[in-house]
Design a protein around this ligand. Structure first.
Ligand code: EPU
Length: 320
């Protein structure tokens, strides 16, 4: 059941007021989520709000009441499959929280505060230009810092969790707090970030390195990605987690799924763990293709693939 119109009306007004009382931001109603996902898939969100700064973000959260529908923080939408029916409640984008600031430094290290809305590649490029080391393997990964931290994004053995010292967060009531390293744990594609927590930014410690070496490593990572992954196609990156032992891509490829298709969604012929939206793909087709692939891999290898992307929508997280 959709959120009652009267609840939505009151919520829209309160959020509008909360933004007006702070530094403002973007506020859209019935916003197509396909505009905010790298897959270019997703129906309308009841409310999409992108506050200009952490004060406005806190104001919005403080304006929420217990009977309001849930909110979902949104980063770059690069690991997200949103249902065709869209999302109930509030999509809270951190895209404007995108500053990179020096906190302090020593002879061999530097500590940076990076806003959750900073594109990961803006941070990677910043580190490259300054010769800061620690993020080289993340070169070429799409999305914003907040989402990368929550899902512990990584590649080539380098994960964002490796360099995080603390997180600045807001809880569901708008209260801000810091989570120190001792309270954080990062595993393969996941972190222990509490539910209903919005990341405002992260403090990370990087080593002062040699600019040329840092740049060379990043260039090599991007070249490998370009050769092995369909980086310019509409996708959400790897669809399934790598099971222990054998990479999902090899299993999917080995069970003959490359090129398999449902509507406009296709298993990439370059990397089988990427599903591509060829133009007018839908979430329904994407989910159906996931099931086709799961079945084939189960039949061929007796291995159950686990979903890596975040699947949200009408009956997903936004309803909880
Ligand atoms: N392979 C195939 N066929 C394919 C794809 C891969 O046989 O279609 C084989 C490769 O030849 C290789 C092995 O599978 O022997 C592993 O492939 P690859 O090196 O491409 O790495 P991956 O395990 O598939 C992981 C991450 C990527 C990350 C790369 C590079 C997961 C699920 N994927 O891919 O992350 O970019 O390593 O470090 O952990 C993502 O998280 O969205 C993502 C793309």
């Amino acid at each position: 059941m959709r959120v009652a119109a009267v609840v939505l009306k009151s919520l829209r007004e309160r959020i509008r007021d909360a933004l007006r009382d702070a530094s403002g931001g973007d506020l859209f109603f019935n916003e197509p989520m396909k505009r905010h996902t790298t897959l270019r898939i997703g129906g309308p969100a009841d409310i999409y709000v992108a506050p200009k700064d952490p004060g406005a973000l806190a104001n919005i959260l403080a304006s929420l009441e217990s009977e309001d529908p849930a909110f979902m923080p949104l980063g770059g939408g690069s690991n997200l499959l949103v249902s065709d029916e869209g999302m109930e409640g509030i999509i809270l984008s951190t895209a404007f929280l995108n500053a990179i600031e020096m906190v302090d430094e020593g002879d061999t290290w530097v500590r940076l505060f990076t806003g959750a809305g900073t594109p990961l590649q803006k941070l990677v490029t910043f580190a490259r230009d300054k010769g800061y080391s620690g993020l080289e393997g993340l070169a070429g990964i799409p999305g914003l810092l907040g989402g990368a931290v929550k899902g512990n994004a990584g590649s080539f053995g380098n994960e964002i969790g490796d360099v995080i010292e603390s997180l600045r967060c807001a809880d569901a009531g708008g209260k801000t707090f810091t989570l120190g390293r001792e309270r954080l744990s990062f595993c393969y594609r996941s972190s222990n970030l509490p539910e209903r927590t919005v990341i405002i930014g992260a403090v990370m410690k990087l080593a002062k390195g040699d600019s040329d070496q840092v740049a060379d490593k990043m260039k090599a990572c991007i070249e490998i990605k370009r050769e092995t992954q369909p980086i310019s196609a509409w996708s959400a990156g790897c669809v399934f987690k790598n099971p222990e032992g054998t990479p999902a891509g090899r299993l999917i490829d080995g069970s003959g799924c490359k090129g398999m298709r449902r509507g406009d969604i296709e298993v990439s012929s370059l990397h089988a763990n990427f599903f591509i939206n060829k133009g007018n793909g839908t979430a329904a087709d994407f989910l159906a293709l996931m099931e086709d692939v799961r079945e084939r891999v189960m039949k061929s290898f007796d291995i159950a693939l686990e979903t890596e992307i975040e699947v949200v929508g009408k009956h997903g997280k936004s309803d909880r």
